[in-house]
Design a protein around this ligand. Structure first.
Ligand code: SF4
Ligand code: MG
Length: 323
């Protein structure tokens, strides 16, 4: 039940804000060892905030993040450090996330220095090992970020994320800033590393094509909430939520004869300051019913692995006679 509500600065000096951006508003999910969980949705749906909450970069307004059964907020300083080592992050922008004044050796070794791991000689060795792991080499260690392409810089970021042998890597739009041809290389690298090191990924993206290729399970977010979650097969082949259906219909198909009607969403994503009442999607939903404007749907079970939050699904369920 994670929530993150950011206060909006009040326009009256010294007056406390009474308005909040509900960036994440009651999100629950499990993450299983070795899997890749995709989180998709339009920009502003709260997916990056979920990532930052999991990485303890910000703390939740409400709710908990449990790692191996322990609430991360309840840990003492020493255990927080070790939990931080276990959960690493790769950010979207490979240009902004590397300090241009530092060498690659410095940047990749930095997490080791922060956590007091090894001496200088052993860290140097480890950096070369990490660079080789991501397809670079010792030759690159003394260079600076501007000497690298976007794809190479994302490799450097990945090497940094791997330096502390994490269990979980949260990737926030890791390939969105890259050319399509380079995207595939970085995604394949992430897949190979997952196999090699038994990593668990949270993979955040607005691009369903990328998520389809990468993920075992997918959570679809809309205005701070998960509206549908399931295995990638369930989401792609049997999407239940009108929003998921619209997102999927926008993916270009390889065979144009397979293409279903493209569902155009009317209007913009509403503001998370005053989200619409009832189902937050009701103003853009082509199936909206009267109760959608007033009653918030709950996440209901489609299968053991598939859940959806929509009154339409409840209505279908009620029509099915119980045996
Ligand atoms: Fe559409 Fe209503 Fe379902 Fe919301 S609850 S997605 S408005 S049908
Ligand atoms: Mg984002």
């Amino acid at each position: 039940n994670l929530k993150k509500h950011f206060p909006i600065k009040s326009s009256i000096p010294f007056k406390k804000s009474t308005q909040f951006v509900k960036a994440v508003d009651g999100v629950s999910f499990d993450l299983y060892k070795g899997e890749t969980l995709g989180i998709v949705g339009e920009s502003g749906c709260g997916k990056s905030t979920v990532a930052r909450l999991i990485n303890q970069l910000i703390s939740p307004t409400e709710g908990v993040v449990e790692f191996k059964g322990t609430d991360l907020a309840s840990l003492n300083t020493k255990d927080i450090r070790s939990a931080r080592k276990s959960i690493q992050m790769v950010f979207q922008n490979p240009y902004a996330s590397l300090d241009p004044r530092k060498t690659i050796e410095y940047l990749v070794a930095e997490p080791l220095v922060i956590h007091g791991i090894g001496d200088e000689a052993s860290r140097k060795k480890r950096v070369i090992e990490l660079l080789e792991t991501v397809g670079l080499s010792a030759y690159h260690a003394k260079r600076h970020p501007h000497e690298f392409s976007g794809g190479q810089r994302q490799r450097i970021n990945i090497a940094r994320a791997l330096a502390l042998n994490p269990d979980i890597v949260v990737c926030d739009e890791p390939v969105s800033a890259l050319d399509v041809s380079v995207q595939a290389q970085v995604i394949n690298l992430l897949k190979d590393l997952q196999k090699e090191f038994g990593l668990t990924y949270i993979f955040i993206s607005h691009d369903l094509n990328v998520v389809n290729y990468m993920c075992d399970r997918i959570a679809v977010m809309y205005l701070g909430k998960i509206v549908e979650i399931g295995t990638y097969k369930e989401i792609y082949e049997n999407p239940q939520h009108p929003y998921t259906q619209a997102l999927l219909s926008a993916i270009p198909k390889e065979n144009p004869f397979d293409a279903k009607e493209r569902i155009i969403l009317s209007g913009d994503v509403p503001s998370p300051v005053n989200p619409p009442s009832g189902c937050a999607f009701h103003k853009r939903c082509r199936f909206a019913m009267e109760k959608c404007a007033t009653m918030q749907p709950t996440l209901d079970t489609v299968t053991a692995t598939h859940q959806v939050s929509c009154h339409l699904f409840e209505a279908i369920q009620q029509e099915v006679p119980t045996p």
